[in-house]
Ligand binder design. Structure first.
Ligand code: NAD
Ligand code: TDX
Length: 333
């Protein structure tokens, strides 16, 4: 199989490409990535001689058309992915997440290429603490510019599948953790703070709940959907990993042998979603998927170790990321 992976130099995409090369050596992988601040070619170093890398923009219609004409399937990870950035500067989110997806859809439509669209549970908005988890039929209700552009891209995919017969599947996954995640995101930000002896920074009271899944479990689900998913179908991906942010910070402090209250409360995120939770029954029953990382604490320990062992990967981004948070007005409460 010849596979085009967009966003393969990002967090989930790079893990997907590494997993694919290791477990499916017959797959010929081409990565298309614009190497924005979030992309890092070094994340593909372990497989660099086994894949083709193209530096380019998914919104470049001619480039995308040419690349799509030469493959059997596309897995689309590329996106502007950080909620906080979408609150300071939403335009790149509209351009990449909506226009970029349009560009890919036109190409897979023209060349009749199988397409898998990687999306997020944030398209459903947030849940109150007692509400049932999201399912494939939960109405869309995004809160942030990021989630609104991801929701828009999902709706484009559904329309191209229905109106033009594009052979598309979609997945909406909960919060991922694992190696190669940018230091702007919650867990790597706190791990790298703790490595530097800086106190973790919790938005507001820290009662918001996220449904954590290891990135490898997400990526195995993507392969299950590519292999056996029904065209036109959406699958929710999640591993019953609900935890509030304060609990995660305390687990990290414990792993670093620090006092459980040794963190700062900082300015909350405007419009901050309260809770995400996934009901992955369809994925589990129809495709037989089960997560391998059942123990979050163990997965977190392995992730901490990865950041300790790979300081040269994250260090160049750390200071600028913290400066950006300060410039956006983040203050200790
Ligand atoms: P990321 O920000 O780490 O990586 C995004 C990658 O896309 C980067 O390599 C970047 O260079 C590339 N990119 C950005 N704009 C591009 C463009 N115009 N053309 C080509 N490449 C471009 O993101 P991630 O966390 O790996 O997320 C990957 C996908 O998974 C996204 O679609 C995101 O919405 C979705 N998702 C993420 C999570 C999560 O917890 N991180 C959860 C569910 C779904
Ligand atoms: O320093 C922080 N302190 C903090 O308390 C940061 C960076 C975040 N937070 C909170 C905000 C969220 O409640 O932690 C939670 C997780 O934050 P993020 O890592 O920014 O993730 P989130 O906004 O939940 O979105 C993530 O999951 C869904 C990904 O970034 C998205 O791409 C994905 O779609």
């Amino acid at each position: 199989m010849r596979l085009l992976v967009t966003g393969g130099a990002g967090f989930i995409g790079a893990n997907f490409v590494q997993q694919t090369v290791a477990e499916r050596p017959e797959t010929r992988v081409t990565v298309l990535d614009a190497l924005t601040y979030a992309g890092n070619k070094a994340s593909l170093d372990p497989v660099a001689d086994r894949i083709e890398f193209v530096h380019g923009d998914i919104a470049d219609l001619d480039l995308v058309d040419e690349l799509v004409s030469g493959v059997d399937a596309v897995v689309h990870f590329a996106a502007e992915s950080h909620n906080d950035n979408s609150l300071t500067e939403p335009w790149p989110f509209v351009q990449t997440n909506i226009v970029g997806t349009y560009s890919l859809l036109q190409a897979v439509r023209r060349h009749d290429v199988r397409y898998h669209h990687v999306s997020t549970d944030e398209v459903y908005g947030d849940l109150t603490p007692d509400a049932p988890a999201f399912t494939e039929t939960t109405p869309y209700n995004p809160s942030s510019p990021y989630s609104a552009t991801k929701a828009s891209s999902d709706l484009l995919v559904r329309a191209w599948a229905r109106s033009f017969g594009v052979r598309a599947t979609l997945s909406n996954c909960s919060n991922n953790y694992g190696p190669y995640q940018h230091v702007e995101k919650f867990i790597p930000r706190q791990i790298t703070n703790l490595i530097d002896g800086v106190r973790p920074r919790l938005y507001g009271a820290g009662h918001q709940i996220r449904d954590w899944i290891h990135v490898d479990d997400h990526n195995r689900a993507v392969w299950d959907i590519l292999d056996r998913g029904r065209v036109g179908q959406t699958y929710l991906i999640g591993a019953n990993g609900e935890l509030d942010n304060k609990t995660v910070v305390r687990m990290l402090l414990e792993a670093f042998d620090r006092d459980p209250d040794d963190f700062d409360h900082v300015t909350d995120r405007p419009g901050h979603d309260q809770r995400y939770a996934i009901d992955a029954t369809l994925l589990r029953t129809e495709l037989g998927w089960t997560p391998r990382y059942a123990d979050f604490r163990a997965g977190l320990a392995a992730t901490i170790q990865w950041y300790r062992d790979n300081e040269s990967w994250w260090r160049p981004e750390k200071a600028a990321t913290e400066r950006a948070y300060a410039a956006a007005g983040e203050q200790t409460l």
